[in-house]
Design a binder for this molecule. Structure first.
Ligand code: GLY
Length: 392
């Protein structure tokens, strides 16, 4: 199947906003003020996945999202060098250890989000051996979710549950780096093989011919044959969930670093054009890309922040002479300028207002969410300095 490369809207060919050093410094200072305000409340617990009435409840070991808080603390430490961020991030390792020791909510592919942003980064930034060990344990659990016949990592739930077997999801593109990292650390090539096979299946089945994506796809674990695509968080099985598309943009750009497969950044490019061509006037996507202005749908600011990071990663791997580079830079600048100008959470917890966690299940609608905050900060860091991604 040939995946469509849409011609990118001409609105990205003009530089409309500039990412100046002063703008970035101010934006990062604003972020640090917000993190400092949250820090006293979240030293031994974590902000919940999304805010409720603009306030993040405190939680621990309940969700796929706790790593985004430690991720932000490590970003803050990298940017400022201030010990207070590192101290809290390191003390929260206890929670990540207990989660593994007691098997609390670890039947998920989200081990990547959790342990890359709490342990792999701690190891890489400071040589924390304990963090390395925890990340390797998490990687082994993630590997156990790989079904060799189907060639995919099961997204959610009990590995013996027939209703959940063989289901992969586009979000997992950001979790497989944990396996690549573990392969590099240990020399165990089966981690790399599982990650590579999963990405191949994701590219083949989660991406539709028009370069939109299914959120999830079922494979037959007995025959390895493809079954059907559907959605968990999108508007419909045939629509394109905005955050899923953003996970794809970022994940297929990242994976090139491990696989050397140039078709993956080319896929990221195709997904990016599909995404960017469906942005409204302020360049911040609706929560599903099926919506247009008339639908009056909620935005998902988190998807915009993830897409900005994904495009930044894509720019890292494309040739210097790629003719689309200026347009992708313009797209990042437009999304980030609008996020800061119109969606920054000055009055409430978190960094970005107007995320949508799961519309169909009435979760976190039109509220800040923790991953939106993390990726907004990551995008600012990427724009302002040389930086090694935690999704390594
Ligand atoms: N990975 C879950 C989500 O994006 O909501």
């Amino acid at each position: 199947m040939t995946i469509t490369l849409e011609k990118l809207d001409t609105r990205y060919s003009i530089q409309q906003v500039e990412m100046s050093k002063a703008w970035l410094n101010e934006a990062i200072s604003e972020v640090l003020v917000k993190i400092d305000a949250m820090l006293p409340r979240f030293m031994s617990t974590f902000p919940a996945a999304s805010a409720k009435g603009d306030i993040y409840p405190a939680v621990e070991k309940v969700d796929w999202t706790e790593g985004f808080w430690t991720g932000m603390l490590w970003l803050a430490w990298e940017v400022t060098g201030e010990k207070k961020y590192r101290d809290v991030a390191e003390s929260l390792l206890d929670s990540f250890e207990e989660r593994l020791d007691k098997n609390i909510k670890v039947d998920t592919h989200d081990l990547g989000f959790l342990y890359l942003l709490s342990c792999v980064n701690a190891w890489q930034l400071t040589g924390n051996v304990r963090a390395r060990g925890l990340a390797l344990r998490a990687a082994e659990l993630l590997y156990q979710r790989f079904n060799t016949t189907a060639g995919v990592i099961q997204a959610w739930g009990d590995l013996k549950d027939p209703a959940r077997q063989g289901r992969m999801i586009i979000d997992c593109n950001l979790n497989v780096p944990l396996l690549f990292w573990a392969a590099d650390e240990t020399g165990n090539t089966h981690y790399r093989e599982a990650a590579t096979r999963h990405l191949t299946q994701a590219a083949r089945y989660l991406v539709r011919e028009d370069a939109s994506t299914f959120h999830t796809y079922y494979m037959d674990i007995h025959t390895g044959q493809p079954l059907r695509g559907d959605t968990h968080q999108g508007f419909s099985n045939s629509s394109c969930w905005a955050r899923g598309q953003a996970w794809g943009i970022y994940g297929f750009a990242l994976s090139f670093n491990h696989t050397g497969d140039a078709s993956q950044p080319e896929l990221s490019r195709r997904l990016s054009h599909y995404f960017l061509n469906r942005l409204p006037d302020d360049y911040v996507c609706y929560w599903d890309l099926i919506f247009t202005k008339q639908d009056n749908a909620y935005r998902d600011t988190s998807a915009a922040a993830i897409a900005a990071c994904g495009l930044a990663e894509l720019l890292k791997v494309l040739p210097l002479t790629d003719p689309m580079r200026p347009a992708y830079n313009n797209a990042i600048a437009l999304m980030m300028h609008n996020l800061r100008a119109h969606y920054f959470a000055h009055q409430q917890d978190g960094l970005l207002r107007e995320g949508v966690y799961n519309f169909g299940r009435n979760m976190g609608i039109n509220e800040p969410n923790l991953w939106g905050d993390y990726f907004y900060f990551e995008a600012l860091v990427r724009l302002s300095r040389i930086w090694t991604p935690y999704f390594c």
